[in-house]
Write a protein that binds this ligand. Structure first.
Ligand code: BGC
Length: 714
């Protein structure tokens, strides 16, 4: 439900109905059309010729107080309807001040911190006249070949749902229409991350049970939190393009999830129904999209071209168009743009302000995941380090993809961060991302010879993950591997920092490094945050939210796979899996090291039986047994042992990130509700079935140390 009081909603709907009554068909089509910009002879055009006709409802990626004010003014003067324009943009992990990528943010296991990031992004974007962001992306991603894994919150449904809810609240605030807030857009509806082979835009074919239990809950969480808009996806879902899919957009979204905002197509996904071979022409694709329940067409004039004709021919009724339009106009009213479409240009002074940079830095220290540490970390301020790699002095690639309004000169590079922190180091680039030369490598080797410990920062360029960036090789590029090999020959201990938008296989480095940290792409404050973290001013508190495989041939690898009749126990020949490799991840979901150690003990349940509508309390004692304060993420997993539809071997159902001083202990308490155990049965009914369950409170999804059993009874 939209987060607005019933009275306000009612009044806005009534006002919207009145406005719609006064619109011509062309004006109605215009309100359902979103335009980008176009460039002729180096001049930017905004399709202003549509103003006189009133046939433009919103803009994509047009922002800035000056330009949005100018366009709103022109629109007010020239639009016959005087309906203000809605400016939208892909504000994915920050508008100007860039935060860690969503995948990196999820590794913090702190949805509240992501909410804060969304608040900052909303403030900056709305200062630039943008009142609608195409975020959050809540597609579950189980295959790191898919480049868009970087845009979401990882492989797990429960965790992703928590981020979904928090980020929607961060963007929209308590009530739609608050100052400094924007509309959220849940995308891409639905199943996009399950594209076959991890190939972006490819088909998705999945059971409805998997859809309901794995892919739908994060959307539900965002919609329950009040998300105003949803974006339909590019792909075909079980043979039908999502943008023209009545089952998805009507039955599921409006029916099951009770969504009452509006749906926008992904860019071009209306006309792509023709390319899919679902319809013969663009007239039909418009018809199918509208009949399926779409409101706005992103990037194009197709609705302006076809809606009047569709109605004339009786293929669509005007009532259907009015219905599509009602939530669009209602939300414009609720946002307050009718009363005041302009923004105060002074508002843009908040870009990169100290408060926003501090929030980005605070988030960035929470995200890196330490995979290995034999003792080189935290850094020793009295030692000399060699800081080597193409990402060390790089202002752009550490921001990650989808930082559309970035100003790269504002980035604190890793090199600058080390300088600011007073670390004693010398620097060598060593290599480019994809190419190297003998001189750079020789300089890096020299640099390595004159230090106590080498810090190598290797990984992906920003453009190697994101949309249309699927890859087969989940490896550090060859040129950088050569650099690693040459530097390793010097024989100094190596700390390897990997910056990338997806899990990268680290097998070939594991035994040759002292420490390995996955730093993702951390945003504007990368250097400062990293220096603080490596020096141990903060604990390493990130935990993986996407499993890291041993080999690409294992993909997809994710922890919550279903039971099989022949599990891979390594006991007999006829088992599931591969003959030449395990099916397990090299580093599993939930895994990550701290600078200190924790002991989990005394797992207790308040009862070993739970009614079908009841709950139990799960307690576990956690002690910091190391020498310094630090964070652990206590993770609650369950397994349904016998069910009418076979269930996953483990499922996350709760987590708590907690800080303990050295020697301190605490009891963490989870409430597990029977409803948390529900799944969809063969009739697609959501049920809680009686029977036995296993339960773990664990440090990661492969940790089986503390296990208990309970039953659900009638
Ligand atoms: C992407 C969307 C994005 C849109 C607008 C599309 O190509 O799939 O996620 O919001 O472009 O930029």
């Amino acid at each position: 439900m939209l987060n607005v009081t019933p009275e306000k909603l009612d009044a806005a709907v009534k006002r919207a109905e009145e406005i719609i009554k006064g619109l011509t068909l062309a004006e109605k089509s215009g309100q359902l059309s979103q335009f980008g910009t176009s460039i002729y002879n180096d001049e930017v055009h905004y399709f202003e010729d549509h103003y006189e006709k009133g046939t433009i409802g919103s803009y994509l990626t047009v922002g800035g107080a000056e330009v949005t004010n100018r366009l709103q003014k022109e629109c007010k003067e020239k639009f016959p309807t005087h309906i203000p324009i809605l400016f939208a943009d892909d504000v994915i992990h920050g508008y100007k001040t860039i935060f860690p990528t969503p995948l990196a943010q999820s590794a913090s296991w702190e949805p509240e911190a992501a909410k804060k990031g969304a608040e900052v992004a909303a403030k900056e974007a709305s200062s630039a006249g943008i009142r609608w962001t195409f975020s959050p992306m809540v597609d579950i991603a189980r295959d790191p070949r898919w480049g868009r894994i970087v845009e979401g919150y990882g492989e797990d449904t429960y965790l992703c749902s928590k981020f979904s809810e928090a980020v929607v609240k961060g963007y929209q605030g308590e009530e739609i229409g608050e100052k400094d807030k924007v509309l959220a857009c849940m995308k891409h509806f639905i199943g996009y991350g399950a594209c076959v082979g991890g190939r972006d835009y490819d088909a998705v074919d999945m059971s409805l049970n998997t859809l309901y239990d794995v892919y739908l809950p994060p959307f539900k969480a965002g919609i329950d939190a009040g998300a105003a808009t949803v974006m339909s996806a590019f792909h075909t879902f079980n043979g039908v393009p999502c943008t023209g899919n009545k089952f998805l957009l009507k039955d599921l979204l409006r029916g099951m999830l009770k969504f009452d905002g509006f749906v926008i197509s992904d860019a071009g996904s209306v006309w792509e129904m023709k390319t899919h071979g679902f319809v013969e022409n663009l007239y039909d694709s418009s018809k199918e999209a509208l009949k399926a329940g779409l409101s706005i067409l992103m990037a194009g004039d197709q609705f302006n071209d076809h809606i009047p004709e569709l109605i004339k021919n009786g293929d669509i009724t005007e009532e259907q168009i009015d219905k599509a339009l009602l939530p669009v106009i209602t939300l414009k009213i609720l946002l307050g743009v009718f009363e005041d479409p302009f923004v105060d240009p002074k508002g843009e002074e908040c870009f990169f302000c100290d408060e926003h940079r501090a929030a980005s830095r605070e988030m960035a220290v929470k995200c890196p995941v330490m995979l290995e540490n034999k003792g080189s970390l935290p850094l020793d301020i009295s030692k000399k380090y060699a800081l080597i790699g193409p990402l060390v002095d790089d202002k752009e690639n550490v921001l990650g993809p989808w930082a559309l309004k970035k100003e790269i000169e504002t980035t604190v590079t890793i090199k600058e961060g080390f300088k600011n922190a007073g670390i004693n180091f010398s620097y060598a680039k060593g290599s480019d991302f994809l190419e190297n030369n003998e001189q750079d490598i020789a300089d890096a080797v020299e640099c390595a010879k004159n230090c106590d410990t080498v810090i190598l920062v290797l990984g992906e360029k920003e453009e190697m993950s994101g949309e249309a960036k699927s890859r087969v090789h989940l490896r550090i590029p060859d040129a950088q591997i050569e650099l690693f090999n040459k530097v390793a020959e010097v024989g100094k201990p190596i700390i390897l920092l990997i910056s990338a938008g997806r899990p990268i296989i680290v097998e070939e480095f594991k035994d040759r490094c002292d420490s390995i940290v996955y730093i993702w792409q951390l945003g504007t404050e990368t250097g400062n945050a990293l220096a603080d973290l490596l020096l141990g001013k903060h604990d390493m508190s990130g935990r993986l939210t996407a499993s890291v495989p041993y080999h690409e041939g294992q993909l997809p690898v994710y922890y919550n796979k279903n039971h099989t009749g022949r599990p891979a126990l390594g006991k007999v020949w006829y088992e599931t899996g591969y003959k030449d490799m395990t099916t397990d991840a090299a580093y599993t979901f939930g895994y990550g090291l701290s600078y200190t150690e924790f002991e989990y003990s005394d797992l207790t349940l308040s009862a070993t039986e739970m009614k079908k509508d009841g709950s139990i309390e799960v307690c576990c004692k956690i002690k910091n047994v190391g020498k310094r304060g630090g964070y652990t993420v206590a993770q609650l997993y369950i397994r349904d042992l016998v069910a009418s539809c076979v269930r996953p071997i483990k499922e996350l159902k709760g987590f708590e990130k907690l800080y303990l001083e050295a020697g301190q202990e605490r009891v963490v308490k989870f409430t597990l509700n029977a409803d948390d155990l529900a799944f969809h049965n063969q009739k697609l009914e959501r049920v809680v079935e009686p029977g036995k369950f296993n339960l773990w409170v664990a440090k990661d999804s492969a940790d089986n140390t503390l296990k208990a059993e309970f039953s659900v009874v009638e």
